[in-house]
Design a protein around this ligand. Structure first.
Ligand SMILES: Nc1ncnc2c1ncn2[C@@H]1O[C@H](COP(=O)(O)OP(=O)(O)O)[C@@H](O)[C@H]1O
Ligand SMILES: [Mg+2]
Length: 231
């Protein structure tokens, strides 16, 4: 579904991603782990075209999308749930969800279906986005992304700042999307969540991939766990 081949991404002169290669297979859930500031969000932004890489290639279903505009990449079936959620605080829940509606002809996600998947949102359709709790805002951000009927979902730290009970709810939602065959790239700092949801895991440090493997092989790798994840 998605391939990153040796991408290099900069902010001005700062060379942040230093040859990142990773892959998300069709229907696969892949997690990207690493401490704060190692380049996880920059990787997501590189894929969606917010910070296009200066070198390397990004392929979606085998087609090169490197340095294509974000709207084109989104049209090709890539949706993002950004870090910090970025919902519209002054728009209602219904408006936040429906403004993203797209590709309706492809079937799949409709307002009715997302409300069925996120019951707390169904009770708050008229509330402003800014009035929701953190967990509800996260659900709203995921609901909005699903309304584009994506084939590849990029989730940037969906559990950040949420209470354990709400994290469990978010986990259940992501697990259900995985079951339905969506391809998912999940950036996380919550190791338990990342390992339980993933088919495969990458660990990043200082703009490079330092580990790639199954969740079990990461659990068994004390050195990587200690050195790069501080566990
Ligand atoms: N807009 C920006 N301008 C300059 N440097 C940035 C910008 N955003 C992030 N950085 C730097 O890039 C590095 C990687 O950041 P980021 O990808 O956000 O890391 P992570 O998501 O893993 O915490 C950090 O050193 C950060 O300070
Ligand atoms: Mg980040």
């Amino acid at each position: 579904m998605l391939q990153l081949e040796e991408i290099h991404t900069y902010y001005g002169d700062s060379h942040i991603l230093q040859g990142v290669s990773l892959e998300v297979g069709e229907g696969e859930t892949v997690t990207l782990l690493g401490r704060n500031g190692v380049g996880k969000t920059t990787t997501i932004k590189s894929i969606i075209g917010f910070t296009p890489p200066r070198a390397g290639r990004i392929l979606l279903r085998g087609e090169e999308i490197t340095r294509q505009p974000s709207h084109y990449i989104a049209q090709q079936g890539v949706a993002i749930v950004p870090q910090g959620r970025a919902i519209f605080p002054t728009l209602s829940v219904r408006e936040n969800i429906t403004l993203a509606a797209r590709n309706a002809s492809k079937g799949g996600w409709t307002l009715e279906r997302v409300l069925g998947a996120f019951p707390p949102l169904a009770n708050r359709l008229r509330h402003k986005g800014g009035q929701l709790s953190g967990g509800e805002q996260q659900m709203l951000a995921i609901a909005r992304a699903l309304m584009t009927n994506p084939e590849l979902l990029l989730l940037d730290e969906p559990s950040e700042g949420l209470a354990p009970l709400i994290v469990a709810e978010i986990k259940r939602i992501i697990a259900a999307l995985r079951e339905q065959g969506l391809s998912i790239l999940l950036v996380e700092q919550n190791l338990t969540l990342a390992l339980e949801l993933a088919d495969r895991v990458y660990v990043m440090n200082k703009g490079r991939i330092v580990f790639e493997g199954t969740p079990d092989s990461l659990r068994a790798n004390q050195e990587v766990m200690q050195q790069y994840l501080g566990v």
